[in-house]
Design a protein around this ligand. Structure first.
Ligand code: GDP
Ligand code: IMO
Ligand code: MG
Length: 428
């Protein structure tokens, strides 16, 4: 497999970072293609935890070139901080490159995100990392890309004009303080020499790697239900965290994608606002939060928890064309008497077998559950399928049969080593 895509199938935080790190052991290149530092991808190596926001999770493998692709909105200050943290842990950062087409996420985007959220009638619960405002500017064709940063003089002119325009918005629409342009220019000047050597024309580089049959991993951030078009709009992010997002966000032809791996968490979580049909607002949900340590890696917010929703996974499959599922956090379900999975939505007396697009319908949907038997054993030490309790195997097989997608790998713990491989399709 040359080009492998790893995407989230629910509302994010499925464990994509961990899976990318595992697969990156044998990868030549790992590419982020959308989103920005709204992502929080945790990788645990020998008990040491690394949280990555902008850097691809392959970054801990120094042999794999890491690329922040054209579709990413990249805050260069966050990027440098993240690189510094890695260096402090003794890790190399020489293999990190930024696409010249990627958008520069500016300090004013973060400020705008905060002001928009504070003033919004319908709060989304964003990460306040400036993601929405940066994509707004990109699609309005007034964004500033990394290639423009190479020439500081022209960049500075563009920056000054943009801050002037944004300050009009901040002061007259939001009644907020303007931003200090001099300070911003100075901040950018300071990082110029560190950022410029990392800027490359990535699209040629990535396509060449695929042509040479090198193993390239595309790491999705966020997930299908946060997709700008097919998620729970407007409670979504501003990019396409799907296999199709790879084509536009990395410059890869659809026909070049060999495998689309959907990461499915064994239950559901969501951070921020928006409908969540299987949400458990009781001690059962609290138990999942505690056992699964469900607190946001970016904002620290407690994640909303609920049972696995297979309509959501099917929806993710429909828009991604999943070739494989990697099922994560199965260990977290250990100790329960029974486990529920949602296989339908009842809306106004009618049962749906797909997720409707109208969020007011989703908001009133009642889950139709299939109740499966739980297991008592701690499965975190299991490394083969045969070692798993029968009830756990049945749980996995039910998902596989309902979604008609092979569960090729099962993750039973946060560390790199805690995996069960079921075939040769998804493994390092
Ligand atoms: P991502 O955003 O999809 O990369 O996921 P996050 O890193 O935000 O959240 C997943 C969390 O679960 C992280 O803290 C991981 O270390 C942890 N994790 C990943 N896989 C497993 C697993 O199989 N079992 C357990 N117990 N934890 C896991
Ligand atoms: P990873 O990659 C979970 C959510 C926010 C909010 C909505 C919009 O770690 O899975 P944004 O800041 O993107 O404008 O916020 O999307 N959100 C995530 N939730 N995991 C993420 O990333 C997320 N990135 C954004 O909480 O509801
Ligand atoms: Mg996360």
């Amino acid at each position: 497999m040359s080009a492998q895509v790893v995407v989230g199938t629910q509302w994010g935080d499925e464990g994509k970072g961990k899976i990318v790190d595992v697969l990156a052991e044998q990868a030549d290149m790992v590419v982020r293609f959308q989103g920005g530092d709204n992502a929080g991808h945790t990788v645990v190596v020998n008990g040491v935890k690394h949280v990555l926001h902008l850097l691809p999770s392959g970054v801990l493998r120094k042999e794999a070139q890491c690329i922040i692709g054209p579709g990413v909105v990249c805050n260069p200050f966050v990027l440098l901080k993240e690189m510094e943290t890695l260096r402090q842990s003794g890790l190399s950062t020489d293999h990190i490159k930024i696409s010249d087409r990627a958008q520069i996420l500016m300090p004013y985007h973060c400020y705008q995100d905060e002001l928009e959220e504070a003033a919004a009638q319908n709060k989304i619960g964003t990460t306040k990392r400036g993601i929405g405002p940066c994509y707004q500017d990109k699609y309005a064709r007034r964004g500033i890309r990394f290639h423009e940063f190479k020439n500081f003089e022209t960049f500075e002119k563009r920056l000054r004009y943009s801050v002037e325009q944004k300050n009009k918005l901040f002061t007259s629409v939001y009644g907020a303080k303007p931003m200090d342009v001099e300070e911003m220019v100075a901040q950018f000047k300071e990082i110029h020499d560190q950022i410029v050597p990392m800027i490359i024309e990535s699209t040629h580089v990535v396509n060449q790697a695929i042509k040479e049959n090198k193993r390239v991993l595309f790491e999705g951030a966020q997930a299908a239900m946060l997709d700008i078009n097919y998620g729970t709009y407007p409670y979504v992010t501003s990019s396409s965290p799907t296999a199709a997002g790879v084509t536009v966000g990395a410059g890869i032809a659809p026909s070049k994608i060999d495998q689309v791996i959907g990461v499915v968490k064994a239950y559901s979580t969501r951070v921020g606002e928006g409908p969540f049909v299987t949400e458990l607002l009781n001690e059962q949900g609290e138990l999942l939060r505690q056992q699964g340590f469900e607190y946001g890696a970016t904002t620290g917010r407690p994640r909303r928890c609920g049972w696995l929703d297979l309509l959501v996974v099917k929806h993710a499959d429909m828009i991604n064309g999943l070739t494989d599922i990697v099922l994560t956090k199965v260990d977290v379900l250990g100790g329960l008497d029974e486990i529920k999975v949602c296989i339908g939505y009842e809306i106004d007396g009618e049962v749906y077998d797909y997720v409707p697009s109208d969020q007011s319908d989703v908001a009133k949907a009642k889950p139709v559950y299939k109740v499966l038997q739980g297991w008592k054993e701690d499965i975190s030490k299991c490394r083969t399928w045969d070692e798993l309790p029968e009830a756990c195997k049945s749980y996995v097989e039910f998902i596989e049969q309902f979604c008609e997608i092979p569960v090729s790998m099962i993750s039973v713990g946060a560390d790199r080593e805690n995996n069960i491989y079921r075939n040769d399709r998804v493994r390092p």
